[in-house]
Design a protein around this ligand. Structure first.
Ligand code: SF4
Length: 330
């Protein structure tokens, strides 16, 4: 393991059983949903990676695999030099303390019958941390204030329904911070919030990676929401990462046609910087019947005949400045 990578993901796959095909087909084989289909990437200390793709591309399943909330079909996840792919419950609990998840919906994530103080101190009870009241109170207050809800006393006795959507998402983040995690997996953390609040939550995550040295995997369907907050961007399509590179590289020199299409529809205020819009034809294919060859070929605006048969090797953009598909075509 490279010592700069404290999370390494190799060949990760998750297939879900989709049952047998219908009565009128010949095959009796059980079919599978290829939700995650061979993902490789590394995460560095205090790094922010934006994981971008349309809904259904497998990014949320990938997050669940990293959290250990799903068992992978194949592949490995190594965290701080330790293989965490298959752990028992006790070992898993220990890892979960260090890798925390922030879910999309701050309304669903919080128990409406608990006060903010109870919500934030609950993870400490679950993990048997800070059993002494003074230490527990201190950690809860710090987590709340580091999440931008200060002074903490104003919020501790309130209930979720007394807070705005943005404040609730800050409480969700505080409940993750109280365990002092090393990685936050933020799954569409701003998509349910008003546009005016989104930048505040993204700025908060950007601040936490500096003040608390936390690495962030920011999962989103909207490449435009990432801005310059992320160090690197990984673009996912139908269960695979098709392109990964630094934010600047991906914005300025996208290699993969799918990335180019995503970028082309982001609104740009300066008309001189606008790209020609590429509207992808058709729907994302069914992950039960993944297309042969390059899985993007049915929708790719520059596909050639060879793309139906050959799947281009994955080459990180940062190393080659070439999309894998261009190598295939050459
Ligand atoms: Fe498009 Fe072919 Fe490249 Fe796939 S391999 S992205 S179909 S050009």
């Amino acid at each position: 393991m490279n010592k700069d990578h404290f999370l390494e993901v190799r060949g990760l796959k998750k297939y879900f059983d989709a049952g047998r095909p219908g009565l009128f087909t010949r095959s009796r084989d059980i079919r599978h949903v290829h939700a995650v289909d061979g993902v490789d990437f590394d995460l560095h200390h205090s790094e922010v990676i934006a994981l971008v793709g349309e809904s259904g591309c497998g990014k949320s399943t990938l997050a669940l695999l990293l959290m250990g909330l799903e068992d992978p079909t194949a592949g490995t996840v190594t965290f701080d030099g330790r293989d965490i792919t298959h752990l028992n419950d006790r070992q898993r609990k220990d890892v979960r303390r260090k890798i925390q998840m922030v879910f999309q919906d701050p309304y669903e994530s919080l128990n409406p019958t608990q006060t903010i103080e109870e919500i934030i101190s609950e993870p400490l009870h679950v993990h048997g941390i800070a059993k002494e009241k003074g230490e527990r109170d201190q950690r809860v207050r710090k987590a709340l204030e580091d999440s931008g809800l200060k002074p903490a006393e104003v919020y501790l006795g309130r209930y979720p329904h007394e807070l705005s959507g943005g404040q609730r998402q800050r409480v969700v983040i505080a409940a993750a911070l109280v365990l002092e995690p090393e990685i936050i997996l933020a799954d569409e953390p701003v998509s349910m919030l008003d546009v005016s609040i989104r930048a505040e939550i993204i700025n908060l995550l950007a601040e936490l990676r500096i003040t608390r040295q936390i690495a962030v995997i920011f999962i989103t369907h909207d490449l435009g929401s990432v801005g310059f907050f992320a160090d690197r961007v990984a673009v996912m399509y139908l269960g695979r990462i098709v392109e990964i590179g630094t934010m600047l590289e991906v914005l300025e020199k996208p290699g993969h046609p799918y990335t180019k299409a995503l970028l082309s529809v982001i609104p740009v205020p300066n008309p001189r910087l606008r790209r020609e819009r590429t509207i992808l034809q058709g729907e994302t294919p069914n992950p039960i019947d993944v297309p042969t060859g390059c899985r993007f070929h049915p929708r790719c605006p520059v596909a050639i005949e060879a793309c139906k048969a050959s799947d281009p090797p994955f080459v990180p953009l940062s190393k080659t400045h070439q999309a894998a598909c261009l190598l295939l075509i050459k």
